[in-house]
Design a protein around this ligand. Structure first.
Ligand code: GLU
Ligand code: MG
Length: 447
């Protein structure tokens, strides 16, 4: 069998197994992220690694119909107890986990037992959209920011330091040092680590990379944050909302678009240096944002976070360096065109990062195909500007836009589109009528 869709490594599985085994690894965790935005896992002893890489590991397709509370729903194509899939680790991303001695991790792609790609595999969806872009001569770089809030086991705050406060670095100095060390030992290119706005909130940002790798990286960053937190008697929440009325956890997605080594978001004749194709890509993303929200802000709790004046991007607009715009253009730094990118701010940590990046690329490609142009930009807080529309304010609203989006239906394919919508509908029903406190309680520790 040749290389599979998302496979990145060249090293033979037996060499990887020997290398990891030699480093004291006894178990490999293979994870994928389901339609509820939850990373699910199968573990194999290291002695089985080569076998797992060649034959895959069994796992039921029922997980694609799991909800945030581990109950299941039924889609038109998927759901129920029948069938089995093979999980193939991408050993190119296999890494010994610095904060979990004895364990290694690799992201997995899912295939049918007969070797056919599984239509609802989120990681392969992301890889397919990247390949589609490559077919047009386009390359993408992407990165997710990771925001989380920490609490002690008893729920109390381990730091009372102010927003962005140096104070928080002294309160949690060892924790944050261990986190930086672990991320670095795993080969992750951390750009920044800083306290965020909400009580006990922090953020890690990493360097941009291939979109599938960016989604893998965010899974690994979060897993590492969780492990280091546990080692320090802390719990990390990546949930969209952690306190009623408070600032929540975003999972902002940064993307840049390249042709022949040139960043299409800078150096052109358009507004803020946008080149024509770069603008069309962003216009495509902006146009699909209400539908993209079902993927990027997929929980009923997402809409507790997505409110104006919380830097969450609640308005349907774009603007250069505008932290209230759902789509923030980050023009390149002078003399550094590689830094120009766009940030999808309205996405949060309940999103499946593979679906989110794949869907954004698909929307951008649709914009290019249509020769779309961006509307007028918005500066300042759109709440103060009458006429700037809000994005959907509830999951049923964004789900209606998702159901109507031909761009996303076509990109995902019927099976993935239907199953994802079924899970979102069921979650909307499951959590309907809960007050903010109860909704937060139901989601706080799930992601
Ligand atoms: N925590 C904010 C959010 O919910 C984002 C703050 C920032 O701009 O980084 O997205
Ligand atoms: Mg932030």
């Amino acid at each position: 069998m040749g290389p599979r869709a998302g496979e990145t490594g060249a090293e033979p599985p037996r060499v990887t197994a020997a290398r990891l085994g030699g480093a004291g690894v006894v178990g490999l965790a293979l994870s994928f992220v389901d339609n509820a935005g939850i990373a699910r896992v199968k573990g194999v002893p290291i002695a089985r690694l080569a076998d797992a890489a060649e034959q895959g590991v069994g796992m039921s397709p029922v997980f694609d119909t799991f909800l945030v509370d581990d109950s299941t729903t039924q889609g038109r194509w998927l759901g129920g107890p029948d069938g089995d899939l093979r999980l193939f680790p991408d050993l190119g991303r296999a890494v010994a986990l610095a904060a979990q001695p004895g364990w290694a991790w690799a992201p997995a792609d899912r295939y049918h037992q007969d070797g056919r790609p599984y239509a609802a595999c989120q990681r392969q969806f992301a890889a397919r959209t990247v390949a589609r872009a490559a077919g047009h001569g386009l390359r993408l770089l992407a990165a997710y920011e990771v925001e989380w809030t920490v609490r002690r086991e008893d729920g109390s705050l381990p730091t009372g330091g102010p927003a962005y406060g140096l104070h928080r670095l002294t309160d949690l100095s060892d924790y944050l040092r261990d986190l930086l060390t672990a991320l670095d030992e795993q080969g992750l290119a951390v750009q920044q680590l800083h306290p965020e706005y909400a009580p006990g909130q922090f953020e890690v940002s990493v360097a941009a990379e291939d979109p599938v790798a960016a989604a893998d990286t965010t899974v690994l960053v979060r897993h590492t944050v969780r492990a280091v937190s546990a080692a320090h008697g802390l719990r990390a929440s990546f949930a969209p909302a952690v306190a009623p009325g408070g600032v929540g956890n975003g999972a902002h997605l940064h993307v840049s678009l390249w042709r022949e080594g040139r960043n299409l978001l800078t150096g052109g004749p358009g507004r803020h240096g946008l080149r024509e194709e770069g603008e069309a890509f962003l216009a495509g993303v902006l146009a699909e944002l209400p539908a993209l929200l079902a993927i990027g802000a997929p929980s009923p709790a997402s809409y507790l976070r997505l409110v104006p004046s919380h830097w969450a991007g609640a308005h349907h607009c774009w603007g250069p360096e505008n932290r209230e715009a759902a789509l923030r253009l980050v023009p390149g730094l002078p003399g550094r065109p590689e830094t120009a990118n766009a940030e999808v701010k309205c996405f949060d940590g309940a999103a499946n990062p593979y679906l989110a990046v794949g869907a954004v690329i698909a929307a951008g490609l649709a914009g290019i195909e249509a020769g779309a142009v961006l509307p007028e930009e918005v500066g300042g807080d759109p709440s103060d500007r009458p006429g700037v529309p809000r994005l959907p304010q509830s999951l049923p609203e964004s789900l209606a836009a998702f159901a109507a989006s031909e761009v996303l239906r076509e990109a995902l394919g019927e099976v993935a589109h239907d199953t994802f919508a079924a899970v979102r509908r069921a979650e909307a029903q499951l959590l309907a009528g809960l007050d903010p406190e109860a909704l937060i309680d139901a989601t706080r520790w799930r992601y």
